[in-house]
Design a protein around this ligand. Sequence first.
Ligand SMILES: Cc1cc2nc3c(=O)[nH]c(=O)nc-3n(C[C@H](O)[C@H](O)[C@H](O)COP(=O)(O)OP(=O)(O)OC[C@H]3O[C@@H](n4cnc5c(N)ncnc54)[C@H](O)[C@@H]3O)c2cc1C
Length: 386
Amino acid sequence: MNFELSDEQQMIVDTVRTFVENELYPHEDEVERTGVVPKELGQEISQKCQDIGFYASNISTEFGGGGLNTFDFTLLERELGGAAYALTVYFGRPSAILEACDDEQREKYLLPAVRGEKFDALAMTEPDAGSDVRGMKCAAVQDGDDWVVNGTKHFISHADIADFVIVFVATGEEETPRGVRKKISCFLVDRGTPGFEIRPGYNAVSNRGYHNCILQFDNCRLHKRQMLGEVHKGFELANQWLFATRLTVAAFSVGRARRVLEYTLPYTVQRKQFGQSIGKFQGVSFKLADMVTEIDAADWLTLSAAWRYDKNMAVNREIASAKLFATEMLGRVTDQALQIFGGMGLMSDLPLERWWRDARVERIWEGTSEIQRHIISRELLRPLES
Ligand SMILES: Cc1cc2nc3c(=O)[nH]c(=O)nc-3n(C[C@H](O)[C@H](O)[C@H](O)COP(=O)(O)OP(=O)(O)OC[C@H]3O[C@@H](n4cnc5c(N)ncnc54)[C@H](O)[C@@H]3O)c2cc1C
């Protein structure tokens, strides 16, 4: 493994960091205060991202994207991680699963998404099916050339600004040695399709301005051409294309933790108590030492999992470890930073309490910490089981 970044990789890091600092950070306080990203600002961010040539950088060059491999995309996500989700969502990264589009779907969804003309969201989770995705109740029944969908999805991020949603629904059941299992298929559903409603979701403590939505399907008719991939193969499709999104959460967490530490360090020098900088107290300086060590550890876990992924090496356990450790590390780092700021850390005048709140969701979405531990332990024990 070569630990040195190439010139091109360093360019990615520098360009995205400069973009984040100049184009995103200045808007964070306003978004936090209002809970909204004005439409014009979102469009402006997307346009500037296109101008620097980074829009859809995760999508293959064959479809007009930037064609970054997983390692380089992880570097990019790490830099984006410093900034608020509500703003980074406009730094276009269409869902990679759209590469599974057929010719007609490609013209209608993938290519406009790569050009920044259409925005996607992705819906798996339901009120009664979170970690247990296969337990989903939202179902589609075939009727001639149509599928008729009924059910509810919730917690769907940025569906409020989506032109279409990639939706996973149950399309049947099958007997397996471990009992009856739902067959899942994936559909591309346009906003405005009759019988399909996107409603505001819940107010979350994390990531103000980055809204989650409820999707309601009432006898919603979708032509079979709206199906992404093969019938009943939605789960396999998700595993193939969405598997690595956990790495982006890990990278994002590392980027955010780095920003928190950078913000905290000068305070430990400037803030004086008992006649000296608080950073001179071992109780504070050891916190800094733990923070930077944990950040580096999370960073290496994440980058090495990305590197393995690009080399087609076994990576299931490694990605789960990176997601688990990086997101839990972020929780500890933001908490320690807030402690270092004392009472001021809790005040909304400073970004500490925001980062502390924002960090909380990372341990929940894209598979909870418990689900990551489940994956890790399963991979460890599998070779020992007959
Ligand atoms: C702000 C936000 C945005 C989101 N955006 C999206 C989105 O865009 N699209 C989407 O599809 N989903 C989205 N999600 C859903 C997210 O992926 C789920 O919240 C997550 O998978 C957990 O599901 P759940 O919340 O229903 O919790 P549950 O699955 O009900 O879990 C509850 C608790 O039980 C534990 N648990 C469950 N099963 C096990 C097990 N086998 N072993 C040990 N412990 C277990 C969990 O770890 C957790 O602690 C979002 C969630 C949030 C909060």
